[in-house]
Design a binder for this molecule. Structure first.
Ligand code: ZN
Length: 301
């Protein structure tokens, strides 16, 4: 209910003027319950309070991916204490959104925070870091690829181009054949595209495809918001889904239709079973995605 209300307000404010801060999910009332899914012996997903958080227990410490909404950092830290006595050494954020980075400010200041370089620039615009003396801000960045640790503890970070934002990182745990792909592939449905943070409808499928083709030996995928893991084959299908949407929207624009008309006629193609037909209202909803594409096509000329 609250989410719907807040989304409605956001739309009223004007989709194009949306800022990073506005994307934060509404605060939940009552206890902050973190649910744990075990993905592998030393890899867990913590659910609730925003995006999916991954917890990777290495020989020397704990690496965390994403830190949820404001106020959810401490519940994450408390839950990790139940899983392992090892200290948290590293926090990686998949992208800049408030439901993935806000809990950063509650982590110990000693923790190394790693993000893609565009994500750091986006995070620097966020009020939550300004309000917390920059605690939780990224300390290290990468452009296209970075490797942390080795052997069973190795983590590979990749960036393959704009999609959900201009800093969507793929976090790969090679020894576990598992990747956290954040909101680039949040779940099976049409993804959000945050144009103000450099997201791209035009390049979305291409960026997902580059990741699919550029990363080897992954079977299991942790998505930004999906309640269960997906597979590497699902990544390929998701790229196709986005390519199909791009072709559909481009054809509509070429035919002189308005974004609203194109949006009204859109249906999930039948072959994408299990895909949601619901399109989140954020960033202008479905017409907003098509407007973003229109802008991008205009920029290309
Ligand atoms: Zn996001």
């Amino acid at each position: 209910m609250k989410r719907g209300l807040v989304l409605g307000l956001l739309v009223a404010v004007g989709a194009l003027s949306l800022t990073v801060g506005a994307y934060q999910q509404p605060q939940q009332q009552g206890p902050k319950v973190v649910e744990v899914d075990k993905v592998k012996d030393n890899l867990f997903v913590l659910k609730g309070g925003g995006g999916n958080t991954a917890v990777f227990v290495t020989t020397t410490g704990v690496v965390v991916v994403d830190a949820k909404n404001p106020g959810w950092g401490q519940p994450i830290l408390d839950k990790i204490k139940e899983l392992t006595p090892k200290p948290i050494t590293t926090l990686i954020n998949t992208h800049t959104h408030g439901d993935h980075v806000s809990g950063n400010v509650e982590f110990p200041a000693t923790v190394d925070v790693v993000v893609q370089e565009n994500t750091k620039a986006n995070m620097e615009k966020m009020d939550i870091f300004k309000q917390n003396n920059n605690r939780g801000m990224a300390k290290r960045t990468f452009k296209d690829k970075m490797t942390i640790g080795k052997g069973a503890d190795q983590i590979d970070l990749y960036y393959f181009g704009p999609g959900h934002t201009n800093g969507d990182a793929w976090i790969v745990f090679p020894a576990l054949r598992t990747a956290h792909v954040g909101d680039l592939f949040a779940g099976k449905g049409l993804p959000l595209v945050d144009g103000a943070n450099g997201g791209s409808v035009l390049h979305y499928a291409e960026s997902v495809n580059k990741g699919y083709n550029g990363i080897k030996n992954v079977d299991t995928v942790i998505n930004g918001h999906s309640p269960t893991t997906t597979t590497w084959a699902d990544v390929k299908q998701f790229a196709e889904f986005n390519q199909d949407f791009l072709s559909y929207a481009e054809a509509g624009l070429k035919a002189g239709k308005t974004p609203e008309q194109i949006a009204a006629d859109w249906k999930v193609p039948e072959k994408y079973t299990g895909y949601s037909s619901q399109v989140a209202a954020l960033f202008g909803g479905l017409p907003g995605r098509i407007q973003r594409l229109q802008e991008e096509l205009g920029q290309k000329k």
